[in-house]
Design a protein around this ligand. Structure first.
Ligand SMILES: [Zn+2]
Length: 273
C-alpha cells in the first residue's frame, strides 16, 4: 500500500461544509476552519500545524460560493456596515477587489495566500509537477496544495435550517454527528470553527455572532491543544460571550496511525456572567 501522509484541510466554518469535511478527512487529519476558508486569518495555525506535524503531505484549501463571510466583507466594502476592530483585517484583504465578484476573488486569492504561508513556513518554493502544485521545502519536504472550490450544488441547502449552534474546536478531526451528539445539538446548522492558535478564532466568533445568532457556543476540547491553550481560548471567549459551554471530547491525540476515540459523555459546563 502506498504511504500516504497527513492531510491539512482548510475550510469555511459554514455548517454546509460539515459533510464535505467528513468525506475528506480521516482520523489523522488536521482541520482548520474559519470564515471564508481564509488562509491569512489562519496563518499562525497553519504554521503551527506544519511545525507540529512534519508528516503533512497535502493541504486542501476549500473556499466556496455563496459564502456568508464574503457577503459580510462585501457589505463593509460597499459602505453598508462597519467591520469593527476584530474583523477589519479580513475586510482589508479584499480592499482591492470589485465587490461584484467577491466569491471568485476569494477562490483565487486563498490558494495564493496559502502557498505564500507554506513557502515561508518550510522555507520552500512553489513547483508544478505533472499538473499538480507543490511547495518543496529546502529540506526536500514536499507538500501538495489542492484547491477545491465548493459550489452551491455540492453543499446541502441552507433553507429551513436554523443556525442552532456554533462550536469552537481544536483541529483534531471528528465526525459531525459525533460532535453534534457531544454538545447535544442538531448537526444541521452547526457552525464549526477550528484553529491551532487560539488567537485565530476570535474574529470568526465575532462574525458568527454578527451573522448567525447562535443559540449556543461551545468549546469542544479534543485534546489536540495544550491545557493553557484551552484556557487562552476561554479567556478570549469570556470577554465576548454571556454563556459558554465547555465539553471535553476525550483525550484524543492526532498522532499518526491512531484511530479516533469515541466521544466521552463527560461534560462540564462553565457559565459566564
Ligand atoms: Zn463561508
Amino acid at each position: 500500500m502506498a504511504k500516504t501522509g497527513r492531510k491539512l484541510i482548510i475550510g469555511c466554518m459554514d455548517w454546509r461544509y460539515n459533510g464535505i469535511i467528513d468525506g475528506l478527512a480521516d482520523g489523522t487529519s488536521v482541520v482548520l476552519r474559519n470564515g471564508g476558508a481564509n488562509a491569512e486569518g489562519l496563518e499562525s495555525s497553519i504554521r503551527k500545524a506544519l511545525e507540529l506535524y512534519p508528516d503533512i503531505t497535502e493541504i486542501h484549501i476549500m473556499p466556496h460560493e455563496d459564502c456568508a463571510a464574503m457577503k459580510f466583507v462585501r457589505n463593509v466594502l460597499d459602505g453598508n456596515e462597519e467591520a469593527g476592530e476584530l474583523l477589519q483585517p479580513l475586510v482589508d484583504e479584499f480592499a482591492g477587489c470589485g465587490t461584484e465578484d467577491i466569491f471568485e476573488y476569494n477562490r483565487d486569492y486563498q490558494p495564493e495566500a496559502l502557498i505564500r504561508i507554506v513557502e515561508e513556513a518550510i522555507n520552500g518554493r512553489k513547483t508544478g509537477i505533472g499538473g499538480r502544485t507543490y511547495v518543496v521545502g529546502s529540506d526536500g519536504r514536499r507538500i501538495e496544495i489542492k484547491t477545491d472550490y465548493i459550489s452551491l450544488g455540492e453543499m446541502p441547502t441552507a433553507k429551513g435550517h436554523e443556525h442552532n449552534a456554533c462550536i469552537i474546536v481544536d483541529p483534531f478531526f471528528k465526525k459531525t454527528e459525533d460532535m453534534a451528539k457531544a454538545i447535544g445539538v442538531n448537526a444541521e446548522g452547526m457552525y464549526v470553527a477550528q484553529v491551532l492558535d487560539p488567537d485565530n478564532v476570535i474574529a470568526d466568533v465575532d462574525l458568527i455572532l454578527k451573522r448567525v445568532h447562535p443559540e449556543k457556543i461551545t468549546l469542544l476540547k479534543t485534546g489536540a491543544m495544550k491545557e493553557e491553550e484551552y484556557e487562552r481560548v476561554l479567556d478570549l471567549m469570556r470577554e465576548t460571550f454571556k454563556e459558554l459551554d465547555v465539553v471535553d471530547f476525550g483525550s484524543a491525540s492526532i498522532k499518526k496511525g491512531e484511530t479516533e476515540e469515541k466521544p466521552k459523555a463527560d461534560r462540564h459546563v462553565r457559565k459566564n456572567k
